[in-house]
Design a protein around this ligand. Sequence first.
Ligand code: SF4
Length: 465
Amino acid sequence: MCGIAGYFSRQGSDPAMQVMLTLYAQQHRGQESCGIAASDGNHINIYKSMGYVKEAFTDERLQMLKGTAAIGHARYPTRGASLLSNSQPYVIETLSGPIYAIASNGDVVNYNEVADELRVKGVHFSSKNDGELLGRFIVYHHEREGMGVTDAIKLLMKRVKGAYSAVFLTRDTLYAFRDINGFRPMLIGAVNDDIAVASESCSMDILRATDVREVAPGEIIIITPKTELSISHSQQMLIPREAPRKTHCIFELVYFARPDSYQFDEYVYDVRHKLGARLAAYDDFDADVVVPVPDSANFIAMGYAAAKNVPFNMGLIRNHYVGRTFIRPDQYSRDESVRQKFNPLKDFFTDKKVVMVDDSIVRGTTIRKLVRMVKGAGAKEVHLRIGSPPVIGSCYYGIDTPNRNELIANNMSIEAIQDYLGADSLKYLTIEDLRACVKTADNFCYACFNGEYPIPVETAAAGLK
Ligand code: SF4
């Protein structure tokens, strides 16, 4: 999972600054590294750094990125180690200098196959990241095979399987395109005469963008100084019969997206509220208090509390300066950050029957510690309610769920999980519950919950889990 941004300036505004603001609003999508690449019309300049957007992009650094168009990326690693060399955007050098850059969100499932094909043709890779693969595919077909960039992207969409929402920058044009399934979100909007691209609508709000809409699955948007500001129609689409059904990631709505985003035609907060109400319908007892595991479960817990007419309260306080535990790349970092991240309110839980709500359970590491923490703080009972079904499969489309052997629901029954977590009861939602909470249930991927992967995963070939 990552956050991407693009900005094409046609009124003298600073695209790198606008991209920085976009990434800043999308920091929750990736906290490991970030970067911005900007075109000054002749070359592409770039600055990348490990860590947070606000720390990386000082005024001085943004001054180095002057130009007419820029793209940016906030990385959350799925493929490739936690190294600056695997961060994005990727700038691709040619004999004319650094004149192409790309940033993408998602995972390519036939990475090795496509990379090997390009290697045989003399293409070299400097990282193991999908973004570089997409960029080199386009540049190879454009520079060496004489294809237009748009045709190269169309070919890419036929050849490269998986999830990718991407922005591609040349000296004078910004392209935005999305895989034909539409796994990951991507939006386009107007900022007066400028055009912005982002992963989530919360960042479009920060830019005060208007006419915001989704880049459709399989769509390629070409942004130049002459691009019509009317962006309410598709500029380039794959022919419909080649496009499969949409398979948006349901996990974006359950956990990943910011609640103030409008994603896949849904208000994220609204879907989470509905998930909570569905959970409440399974219970015939009343708790003293409903407490979320902050922050992604807040609205699910509110939905539960509202449906049951039970008090909702923030009994666990989260330190916002510690990253998401699920995002941290190794077990040691995750263990440390759970303890540093949550603290119970003093005397709040004493003798209470608590319904504790979380969005999902992956390994169970965090929630087990939290149950212990809340019981240690005096709770009489802790009933866990989970706003999604048991996670039984890994994601191959851009979310870093671990190897399936590490997924607790893949190894234990629900009763055994309840015992392991030390909860007094444990209930999950079903896939039917998830489907009931969105308008177009058939347009979503539920593979990590039901094992029905919409794109066959070449596990061995892709070197994935
Ligand atoms: S497998 Fe799960 S996390 Fe991955 S795209 Fe599908 S629903 Fe989302």
